[in-house]
Ligand binder design. Structure first.
Ligand SMILES: Cc1cc2nc3c(=O)[nH]c(=O)nc-3n(C[C@H](O)[C@H](O)[C@H](O)COP(=O)(O)O)c2cc1C
Length: 167
């Protein structure tokens, strides 16, 4: 199978990480991948905060009720966007690029909800983000713990969701 399609299919959320750090160059390449995402009117409204400081990772984990595992992550990329008409779509596309680039680099990742969560303001203040930016997501990153390796969420079958020409 084409390598890229294989990465699409093997990506899954990893929430348990070992202690290995991620080199800064690799974290940089994840953000580099994010900036090539599709974006309405090519506005590229996104901004990214890469967090590797353990204390800050623990604070983020304490804020996000479904992201407690951020405390064990080697890094977290907080994705922000200017408040454009399609900020959520653009920010989500950028987030997906980070997840897929991480998979290609052998780095485990999990999307932790940002937008719509009551803790957006708290995360923004913690990371010194300008008030006008919207938090889209926080991507927890780290090298997968061995016990994660074969865990795969069930996916709906292609024949169930694909409708040729009409529903
Ligand atoms: C918008 C969005 C928000 C998510 N928020 C969380 C979250 O807060 N915590 C979490 O553990 N996973 C979160 N996830 C990951 C999903 O739970 C995960 O993608 C889904 O269960 C499918 O599993 P997979 O990623 O392994 O295919 C989120 C995913 C999306 C797209």
């Amino acid at each position: 199978m084409d390598t890229f399609l294989r990465f699409l299919k093997i990506r899954r959320s990893i929430r348990s990480f070992n202690n290995k750090q991620i080199p800064a160059k690799k974290l940089e390449s994840l953000v580099d991948a994010a900036r090539f995402a599709a974006t309405a009117r090519n506005l590229q409204p996104w901004e990214f905060v890469v967090v590797t400081d353990k204390q800050v990772l623990k604070r983020l984990a304490g804020i996000a009720e479904n992201g407690r595992f951020i405390a064990e992550a080697a890094a977290c990329i907080a994705v922000f966007s200017a408040d454009t008409k399609y900020f959520l779509e653009d920010g989500s596309a950028a987030t997906c690029n980070i997840l897929l680039a991480a998979t290609a680099l052998g780095i485990g990742s999990c999307w932790v909800a940002g937008d719509k969560k009551p803790y957006c303001g708290e995360v923004s203040r913690l990371l010194n983000a300008p008030r006008e930016l919207k938090l889209i997501s926080m991507v927890a990153l780290g090298y997968p713990d061995a016990k994660n390796v074969f865990k795969m969420m069930p996916k709906r079958e292609l024949k169930e969701i694909l409708h040729w020409e009409k529903f």
